[in-house]
Write a protein of this length. Structure first.
Length: 663
């Protein structure tokens, strides 16, 4: 139809009533209700109804149905930027990549505001089409060479694409003519990622001169100090950020997460910081303390899971198996997804819940209201203080019992959270004093791993090379000067050995130079250290075929990377401490019969690594048997995990029911 018909379908005096009703339903997480409303109003406003149906189906992950309705909207108004953009995103999900790129590029060119450009470029990047977005932005800048806002967006895109030199050049070009805080900040972030810590510190300080006290700049200045080994300075900066009268809850969460990475900060200090987060960000005055749930100890329970990771994510992979094994006769399962960008795994999650609601963008009070109306008995947070958490929803106490599990190895610091699911190796009983929540122990261990790749275990490289190769694959935020010195001691005690370090940004020459300088300071020649950068999951797993022994990080241990190593037949040396974050290696290794490789101190960590290299036959033997040993351990038994988690839920419920009967 013509554009005139489309124009006639548009509201003249504000949005039509059905659109408001549908939006309200979406905000409550009632997507099926919104679909019903849109379908009932097709005749009254086809364009709006078609757009709405396309958007709702896209949000539900039903991309084929979304495309059907969006195409109808496109027929009505082929000039609608929103429709063009939505079709591009849906086509990408359906793997119609060439057509998707055409639509996305067309949408990007049509954006009238820098916000629109930013959203479209970011969407294309997340769909793996970032290079196409960069090409469009480059053409736009060629027509408007002084457009600083476009240059900034392109620099950000280059950074996300790991084209660090191009990003740096653009940021510096902007600063020549427009010295502004946000560009200094982003350039500083780039320098942090590429290992240029002194430059990063300078940039963040410049940003703070222009915009004093900004929490973001203080946070990243602290990160640069931490990664450069300047612990005292980092602590001072972080304290400045959180000691202000007002601090953003996410910046505050980031601060307490960073504390786990600093070897010099003790467990009591970390605990007090978490409690302060709870007092300041989630006071009990927010909590609903009146719940009308039926206190029947034997009835079917409504269990709610709230998470940003119902997608391809380490938490998602673990939770997928728990969800599959859940007993639907005893438990009715609800999913509250704070998922910004659903992916191919999201629809699987949606089908496994009795009800699934995407609460991304829904405010905390509204999300809590939906959970209360659903009558949830036990609400489980799967994120803790990690990115995109919804702890402030739990602060409203929408369920009588609230639990934290899986996504964050520490207390939330919130009085509104009743339990933390853990095990006795992660949290011995005497560590209860460092947690606001009570411990709910799983006898077989809280950690779980489900290998999701079919890749054979390769031969131990020591046989062919004649020397052992150590490996570390993790987030480089976990690195610190003491840890590098410990690894250097291992290498010096095994003169012919090599070390492969893999992390995002590890293939950047400037990053490698920084690491080489550190290792040379500790007496290890740069020729013995190799690096790898960002990899696909398959490429990352294949790297284990090139190492003989994995070295875990400290004070924060790895988690999924330890499991990945064991699955590929590579033993892991792990140092453990008193904090939960520093005991993940201990619990995983003990559950797989490798407890001998968990060390309580750096000296024993070094000794165990050195000793294992002396027995080539033992390395070969471990490699041949480790995968089978792991698969048959509690670590990979999803039925065990589900039964233990469900037993924990039932015990929590019984205690709550007893309390109600005695009150």
């Amino acid at each position: 139809m013509s554009n005139n018909n489309a124009a006639n379908d548009k509201p003249q005096n504000g949005p039509p009533k059905f659109l408001i009703e549908a939006a309200s339903a979406i905000n409550r997480g009632e997507h099926d209700k919104a679909i019903e409303i849109f379908k009932q109003n097709i005749e009254s406003n086809r364009f709006m109804a078609y757009c709405g149906l396309g958007d709702v189906y896209r949000g539900k992950g039903n991309y084929a149905e979304a495309l059907k309705w969006l195409n109808k909207a496109y027929e009505y108004n082929p000039d609608s930027t929103h429709v063009i953009e939505s079709i591009g995103l849906v086509l990408t999900r359906l793997n119609h990549n060439e057509t998707a790129i055409d639509f996305m590029c067309k949408a990007l060119r049509k954006q009238k505001t820098i916000l629109g450009v930013r959203e479209m470029a970011e969407a294309m990047r997340k769909q793996g089409k970032g290079q196409n977005a960069a090409e469009v932005l480059e053409k736009m800048i060629a027509k408007k060479p002084q457009a600083i806002d476009l240059m900034f967006e392109l620099a950000m895109l280059y950074e996300h694409l790991f084209q660090n030199d191009l990003a740096e050049q653009l940021f510096l070009k902007i600063l020549k003519t427009n010295k502004n805080a946000i560009t200094y900040h982003r350039l500083g972030c780039l320098y942090v990622r590429t290992g240029r810590m002194s430059d990063a510190i300078v940039c963040q300080k410049e940003a703070l001169k222009l915009q004093p006290g900004d929490n973001r700049f203080l946070n990243f200045l602290a990160a640069a100090y931490i990664k450069s080994g300047q612990i005292r300075e980092a602590t001072k900066v972080l304290e400045e950020a959180v000691n202000k009268d007002s601090v953003d809850f996410f910046i505050h969460s980031t601060y307490i997460y960073h504390l786990h990475l600093v070897p010099e900060i003790d467990q009591q200090t970390i605990f007090e910081a978490h409690k302060q987060w709870g007092i300041r960000q989630a006071p009990m005055s927010l909590a609903n303390l009146n719940h009308s749930n039926n206190p029947d100890p034997n009835r079917k329970l409504r269990i709610g899971y709230i998470s940003p990771d119902f997608r391809r994510h380490s938490v998602g992979y673990i939770f997928d198996k728990l969800l599959t094994e859940h007993d639907r006769d005893d438990f009715e399962l609800y999913g509250y997804a704070n998922v910004e960008m659903p992916d191919a795994m999201t629809p699987k999650f949606m089908k496994m819940f009795y009800k699934y609601r995407n609460i991304f963008g829904v405010d905390d009070d509204a999300a809590a209201k939906v959970i209360m109306e659903d009558g949830i008995d036990i609400l489980i947070d799967l994120a803790g203080h990690t990115t995109n958490n919804r702890l402030l929803v739990l602060a409203r106490k929408p369920a009588p019992i609230q639990v934290t599990y899986l996504g964050y190895f520490d207390t939330t610091g919130m009085q509104q959270v009743d339990y933390i699911i853990t095990d006795e190796l992660l949290n011995p009983p005497d560590s209860q004093k460092y947690y606001v929540e009570r411990f709910a122990y799983l006898p077989g261990g809280v950690c779980f791993h489900h290998p999701h790749i079919d890749l054979e275990v390769g031969p131990a490289p020591i046989v062919k090379n004649g020397y052992p190769t150590f490996g570390v694959f993790t987030n480089n935020l976990r690195f610190n000067s003491k840890l590098l010195q410990t690894w250097a001691e291992i290498l010096k005690n095994v003169p012919d050995s090599r070390l492969l370090i893999g992390f995002d940004g590890g293939d950047d020459p400037s990053v490698q130079t920084t690491f080489h300088r550190d290792f040379e300071k500790f007496g290890v020649a740069k020729e013995r250290i190799r690096f790898s950068g960002r990899k696909s999951y398959e490429e990352y797993m294949a790297q284990y075929s090139g190492i003989d022994i994995s070295l875990d990080t400290f004070p924060e241990n790895g988690g999924s990377t330890i499991c990945d190593s064991l699955y590929m037949g590579v033993p892991v040396i792990s140092q453990y401490g008193s904090h939960m974050n520093a005991r993940v290696g201990l619990t995983i290794l003990n559950r797989t019969g490798l407890g001998e490789y968990a060390a309580p101190a750096a000296s024993q960590y070094i000794a165990k690594a050195v000793e294992l290299t002396k027995d080539k036959d033992k390395i070969v033997k471990i490699r041949a048997s480790l995968r089978n040993k792991m698969i048959n351990s509690p670590l990979c038994n999803s039925k065990r995990l589900a039964k233990e988690v469900e037993a924990a839920y039932r015990q929590m419920w019984l205690k709550w029911c007893d309390k109600q009967s005695n009150s």
